[in-house]
Design a binder for this molecule. Sequence first.
Ligand SMILES: Nc1nc2c(c(=O)[nH]1)N[C@H]1C(S)=C(S)[C@@H](COP(=O)(O)OP(=O)(O)OC[C@H]3O[C@@H](n4cnc5c(=O)[nH]c(N)nc54)[C@H](O)[C@@H]3O)O[C@H]1N2
Ligand SMILES: Nc1nc2c(c(=O)[nH]1)N[C@H]1C(S)=C(S)[C@@H](COP(=O)(O)OP(=O)(O)OC[C@H]3O[C@@H](n4cnc5c(=O)[nH]c(N)nc54)[C@H](O)[C@@H]3O)O[C@H]1N2
Ligand code: SF4
Ligand SMILES: [Mo]
Length: 701
Amino acid sequence: MQNRTMQAEARAVRASVCPHDCPSTCALEVEVLDGARIGAVRGAETNSYTAGVICAKVARYAERIHHPDRLTRALLRTGPKGAGQFREIGWDEALDRIAEQFLAVSARHGSAAVWPYYYAGTMGLVQRDGINRLRHVMRYSRQHTTICTTLCETGWIAGAGRYTGPDPREMAKSDLIVIWGGNPVATQVNVMTHVSRARKERGAKLVVVDPYRTGTAAVADIHLAPRPATDAALACAVMHVAFRDGYADRDYMARYTDCPAQLEAHLATRTPAWASAITGLTVAEIEAFAKLYGTTARSYIRVGYGFGRVRNGAINLHAVTCLPGVTGAWQHEGGGAFWNNRGIYHWDKTLIEGLDARDRSIREMDMSRIGAVLTGDRSELGDGPQVHAMLIQNTNPATVAPDSNKVRRGFLREDLFVAVHEQFMTETAKLADIVLPATMFMEHDDLYQAGGHSHIQIGPKLIEPPGACRSNHEVLQGLATRLGARHRGFEMSAMELVDATLQASGWPGAAEVMARRWIDAQPSFADSHFLNGFGHAGGKFRFAPDWAALGPNHAGMPSLPDHAAVIDAATEDRPFRLIAPPARQFLNTSFTETPTSRRREQRPVARIHPDDAARHGLVEGGRVRLGNARGEVVLPVVLFDGMQPGVVVVEGIWPGSDFEGGMGINVLTSDEPGLPNGGAVFHDTAVWLRAEAANLALAAE
Ligand SMILES: Nc1nc2c(c(=O)[nH]1)N[C@H]1C(S)=C(S)[C@@H](COP(=O)(O)OP(=O)(O)OC[C@H]3O[C@@H](n4cnc5c(=O)[nH]c(N)nc54)[C@H](O)[C@@H]3O)O[C@H]1N2
Ligand SMILES: Nc1nc2c(c(=O)[nH]1)N[C@H]1C(S)=C(S)[C@@H](COP(=O)(O)OP(=O)(O)OC[C@H]3O[C@@H](n4cnc5c(=O)[nH]c(N)nc54)[C@H](O)[C@@H]3O)O[C@H]1N2
Ligand code: SF4
Ligand SMILES: [Mo]
């Protein structure tokens, strides 16, 4: 071991952690060439989850961190809003101006008129969540953080009651892995490492449930392609068959679940034929899958994020987590279901987030509804003031938030001041009054937890940042001084915050975690498999969730797993259902700036079923216009038969500038909140389509 470390130092290979918004949180080994440059990035072989594998886009991170277009100076807007005209200014001037605006807006409209806004561009706990410390100390408006996980987390907690599950490494010991509503080949490649082991070593079967043939579906033994937002119907039919054909484990249910008899009675009419009509799958497909699932004890459902991004997403996700409750698969090694391990870390984030200063009576607004907020929608503003000032870190809402025409209108308001702290000149940065240049993860210290596995890691600063880049924490410190925001967290360095947070949370300090490389926080087998009970009072898995306790919009939610027809269903006017999932070479909009990722993804396209294309006069390579009441986009057509007719797929959150017309795919998506607690519904969109003129000409040739 010591030898290895010495060798590593000679080659200047340093330990790091991937900070991107990906459940894999890979343990990295980074070749540091000198104080300012890196070479190759590899996955740590010795980490039992990373197992030496990382995605291609991070393996070539030198391309992103040493990108010639990185922001390196603070900028002040000189032209009209959104025109992208800026001049360089110094840090002091930039921070002075932001503080001046925040103080003036607070004095004039109240502190709730300032809305700090962030997401997970870095997942480091200090650099990501520190903005909340400034928010709480200054009594700025709060953020309901819904853009990614809310629908999934609501659906998961409804049944299981705790955010954990069977160790993801146990997938290697499964006989049947069901990847439901996720596309890990693109979005968290390490899942496939452990799936491959099970297939190689045990002949395990892989089933993928996804409305279209993704990279993951393409390598599966069975691909079930339901219509979007109909997963609960499929899950109900699988459970119906389990009760009907004797696969239900009645002893397990009596011990570990809340109301098996009601569930069985309720499911009597949820037959495969019933589900077939809703999902568009055949009865034979549903029966075959139900039998396979029902007869395999070691069946592991890897619950993806994607199928939660619909209005009934929490309901659908909960329905899927009921399956191992009926068959008792939770009890077995390599069995059960897993979404995210966030519940295992028991962080005390008081210092990082300033929780001791938080006042829950201060207005909280839904980040996914930033368009509604900035255009003055009272359903978000309540009786509080308009938002007149923002600091944005770690996110690119102009492109990633739903209903982007509305978001853009909001950002263009003359009475709104926006400071964006960024690594690149994103579409959000272009809309800012002041742009601040940000460090990347190898240029600052931070602490990471993994959602998709169980490791705590520290990613230390390895190189100096280019130009005048500063970390999020440093920006917050600079603003705190000018705003008079007092909190111990502002007086500590990032590494001091890491160390203090680890210790306050019952983990070893920073030095020990760095020396050990990582802490494996996976709970015991019994706890991971809920053998000591599920997370609710009484310890039972809930087939009948308490939706009212989980969010305000619970009216009309089904009391037991069921298809809830609350979606943006296809109509005569808008007969197509659009899904808009991630692209493999991008990570949300991150990496849309790196040449290799762009080259590999080529351009945004609309995947259209050949039958639909024929009906609408569309041809491969022609152009199609997709639209609804919120907006329209024009895209090249790719004919693709990997989904049901009536479904259109547009992969990747490309910048608007890659589209004709300059606005991206989220002009079509809705900012209506998913049930019951909000959450963006990116895959729940009805659209019309029509061939564009050039396309018709092409077809005639
Ligand atoms: N390469 C790459 N990796 C990423 C990201 C990226 O943009 N690019 N994004 C990162 C982030 S922020 C997240 S949250 C994760 C998400 O990672 P995943 O868990 O994989 O979730 P998504 O990619 O959102 O969606 C996965 C799949 O859900 C499918 N889907 C959509 N609607 C439905 C439905 O109604 N039912 C079913 N069964 N499936 C449906 C989509 O077709 C898509 O293939 O990935 C992370 N990793
Ligand atoms: N159509 C459609 N839209 C979607 C989705 C979808 O599947 N389809 N997925 C949704 C999901 S799941 C998510 S999570 C959101 C994600 O949306 P975002 O959170 O906006 O993710 P990114 O687009 O990657 O933007 C993150 C930004 O943070 C910056 N950044 C990275 N590290 C740092 C740092 O240390 N400091 C600062 N100041 N900046 C940093 C990066 O340069 C990048 O521009 O998008 C959502 N939007
Ligand atoms: S798979 Fe995810 S965590 Fe691993 S290197 Fe790629 S983006 Fe980072
Ligand atoms: Mo996400």
